[in-house]
Design a protein around this ligand. Sequence first.
Ligand code: SF4
Length: 270
Amino acid sequence: MDTSATMNKELRDATVNRKKRPGYRCLGKQRDGNYAIMVGAVTGTVDGDQLMKLSAIVKKYAAGGHFTTAQSMVIVGIKKENFNDAKQAVIEAGFDIRSIGRDVRQVKCCAGANLSPFGLQKTPPLGQELEEMFRGLPTPMKFKISVSGCPNCCANTMLNDFGIHGMMNGWKIFIGGKMGTKPAIAQELARLVLTDDVSRYLAAVLRVYKENAEQDERLSKTLSRIGFVTFKSEVEAKLDTPFDDLIKEAKNARETAEKSTCIEHIKEQL
Ligand code: SF4
């Protein structure tokens, strides 16, 4: 079996540049010269009608699909001239278009106590709430969130910028995790947090991160640079700060993303 591949440096560098641009960026050109769309379903949950619609979109516009590790479906093999029609069809089918840019990404969510025998908390309601509040918010670097229903952490709680797992009486919150070439394990920020208070913690973490991070700096680096204890005390000082402004900024960013003919950004860079 030969698994070797030749690097397409121009495409790789262009993709890296797109990922580092502020705010939303759609998945772009692929190695085969066609385009791809990253389709997201909130909390990774879909119903039969949505699956049927997605199947029709793939048949009409694409060569196939690939499930990512972040609970997205990448529709691949889309011809350039079909890109915007395919994107619109995905949105009209009730899915969101996911980003590879510098913003709050989708909430990765395990099955939780609705389904899993091990679950200590139900994950989809909270995952959906956090996603509706914050997904799309522009951040200094990508910002990933995960929700696991118990300490088994199947949604990789400790490898996300903001990860939580269920306990008997609330949630444990970790911050500063990441994957990549230099992975970082998240550190515990708080425990026994009530469900209704998780969004307050997330808003405060996002605010402190946005205020303190340097350009292109992932949260793990910000924590290393200014110190976890300092960051944590700033978060705790902001827990009662209203965060309607963050919710509004995220909503505006999502609306802009849905309207954007993001293939134009791709044309600029390739
Ligand atoms: S993290 Fe716990 S609740 Fe979630 S899928 Fe894994 S075992 Fe089940």
